[in-house]
Design a protein around this ligand. Structure first.
Ligand SMILES: Cc1cc2nc3c(=O)[nH]c(=O)nc-3n(C[C@H](O)[C@H](O)[C@H](O)COP(=O)(O)OP(=O)(O)OC[C@H]3O[C@@H](n4cnc5c(N)ncnc54)[C@H](O)[C@@H]3O)c2cc1C
Length: 500
């Protein structure tokens, strides 16, 4: 180690964010760096956060985590996408699959050809041209194959898991790598008057824990980043008015499906996340449009099987911390901001924060250029996620409640308005920078919610319509056949990763 290297990191909080950070740092930083994680059983964790997106596979690989062992330990299942019910309008449903739709043809995006063909002849929903969508429809699962000529290579997946068991699994991993866990409630933090850096946190029993770099994973309150450093919060609730949730686990009514379901309700939406041992359920809603008691009653009335615990209520404000990294404190997880879980992005934002921090890891001189770059990148990734989530609320024809009337008619950020305009005219979408959601995701939601472009881009006209129609049909059949040959999701779990 050099003289300037960070020698001691203190992670404040032991939820998903704290243990993901502890696991990653313990695996990827110099073993001489001391890592301490402080958590309080008395305070506990947020206790939700059970659906993920495909980049988590890269996190597991980076840490050398065996996927089957991780799923067995966390009662996990596979996720091929999200089924959206009643979002465009009551009675409608669509699927947002992971992975691409079809194959591009002569440099033209598949959705352009699909849309032209749909004008000529009736065609089924675009999900039928997604390997993950076709498998999800039949309740099947297999891991993607390496042969890029076969449709199976296009299958993309993520996971559902029990949040508490996932944190426990990562804790075991991190402790094996030398992370020291301290149980206790932090009651004070000492800040150096000159540098403005946090020097130590003090527990209720008077123990002081000193550090050079602090990772604030303390949840919504932001113990260091906000309560101590007063960093400030950018509030996005004018675009994302949901500010409450109520969650409850229930018995599984049947074999777990390989997808999350999101059902729109009059003042928000309900999630349904199948695990190996139970179903995770919850309603995310706007407190300006629905009372707490009514939200709970709505949730309980819509369970498919018996509830397994008392409902748990949560409050939040959509938005992000103005600077994710302030002084020598980097916030990760809920302390850095929150965009509601409609596309299961929060755990990914933790992963993204960890990866960016490793790429811009400071030394004890804390170069402001590293911090500013980190903050710029985190701002971009949060805003990209924000726009994609707002799209789901804005792109609706629902006019059956005050909540939906507000969402349908609200102004949206300029970045999203520009995207919608380009799509509406000729179905064009451009992925900017490191945007998380690519063209297939936007296409799935836009078409799924009934926003159909007026025309196609001129390049489509250069492709013979009959030839394209034949190719489109061949693709659909090949996805379907491949899905039919896969094992059922339940059988796959039983063979590969059933919990002990
Ligand atoms: C309703 C809802 C649904 C969600 N669904 C999803 C989803 O499907 N997918 C997804 O990716 N994300 C989801 N999320 C987000 C996800 O839950 C979080 O990103 C994730 O759990 C990380 O939380 P955390 O570790 O930041 O905070 P927490 O779990 O709140 O952990 C905070 C930690 O800090 C500790 N702590 C706090 N104060 C002190 C103190 N004074 N002293 C010592 N320790 C302290 C606590 O004990 C705890 O260990 C959801 C969030 C909500 C609200």
């Amino acid at each position: 180690m050099s003289d300037h290297d960070i020698r001691k990191i203190v992670i404040v909080g032991g939820g998903t964010a704290g243990w993901m950070a502890a696991a990653a740092f313990s695996a990827l930083l110099d073993k001489a760096v001391e890592i301490i994680l402080v958590e309080s059983d008395e305070i506990g964790t947020v206790g939700v956060g059970e659906a993920t997106i495909p980049p988590l596979i890269a996190f597991n690989n980076m840490l050398g985590i065996n996927e089957d062992a991780f799923l067995a330990a966390s009662q996990g299942t596979f996720k091929l996408g999200i089924e959206f019910v009643d979002w465009g309008g009551p009675g409608e449903r669509y699927f947002h699959p992971f992975g691409p739709h079809g194959q591009d043809y002569s440099g033209v995006h598949f959705h352009q050809l699909y849309l032209r063909e749909k004008k000529r002849h009736p065609l089924p929903d675009i999900r039928h041209w997604s390997m993950s969508g076709a498998a999800a429809e039949l309740g099947r699962f297999a891991r993607p194959g390496p042969d890029s000529r076969l449709p199976l290579s296009q299958l993309a997946y993520a996971f559902h898991f029990d949040a508490g068991l996932y944190a426990r699994f990562l804790r075991g991993y991190a402790e094996k790598n030398g992370v020291r866990r301290v149980e206790g409630k932090i009651v004070e933090a000492r800040v150096d008057g000159e540098s403005g850096h946090v020097r130590a946190v003090t527990l209720a029993d008077g123990t002081a824990i000193e550090g050079e770099l602090f990772i604030d994973c303390s949840g919504f309150r932001g113990l260091l980043i906000e309560e101590k450093l007063g960093t400030g919060y950018e509030d996005w609730s004018r675009w994302l008015p949901c500010d409450r949730a109520v969650a409850v686990p229930s018995r599984l009514p049947g074999p777990p499906e390989p997808f999350t379901r999101s059902t729109a309700r009059a003042a928000g939406w309900q999630w349904r996340i199948p695990l190996q041992h139970r179903m995770g359920n919850g309603i995310v809603y706007s407190s300006a449009h629905l009372e707490r008691g009514d939200a709970e009653a709505l949730l309980l009335a819509n369970l498919e099987a018996e509830a397994l615990a008392e409902p748990r209520h949560l409050a939040f404000t959509a938005g992000r911390r103005r600077r994710a990294w302030n002084a020598n404190v980097v916030s990760l997880g809920l302390s850095s901001g929150f965009v509601e879980p409609l596309e299961s992005t929060s755990i990914h934002l933790i992963q993204s924060g960890i990866a960016k921090l490793l790429a811009l890891f400071p030394d004890r001189r804390f170069d402001p250029a590293e911090r500013d770059e980190y903050n710029r990148q985190m701002k971009d990734v949060f805003e990209d996620v924000r726009d994609f989530i707002i799209l789901h609320y804005k792109a609706t024809r629902r006019d059956d409640s005050d909540f939906w009337n507000y969402c349908r008619t609200m102004d949206v950020p300029d970045s999203l308005a520009g995207k919608l305009e380009l799509w509406r005219s000729k179905g064009r979408l451009f992925r900017e920078g490191r945007e998380l959601f690519g063209t297939p995701s936007w296409v799935a939601v836009l078409l799924g919610q009934g926003i159909v472009p007026e025309e196609q881009e001129p390049a489509v006209n250069a492709i013979d319509a009959e030839e394209a129609a034949e190719a489109i049909e061949k693709m659909r059949v090949s996805y379907r056949r491949m899905a039919e040959h896969m094992p059922s999701h339940a059988d796959f779990i039983a063979q590969a990763c059933r919990a002990g």
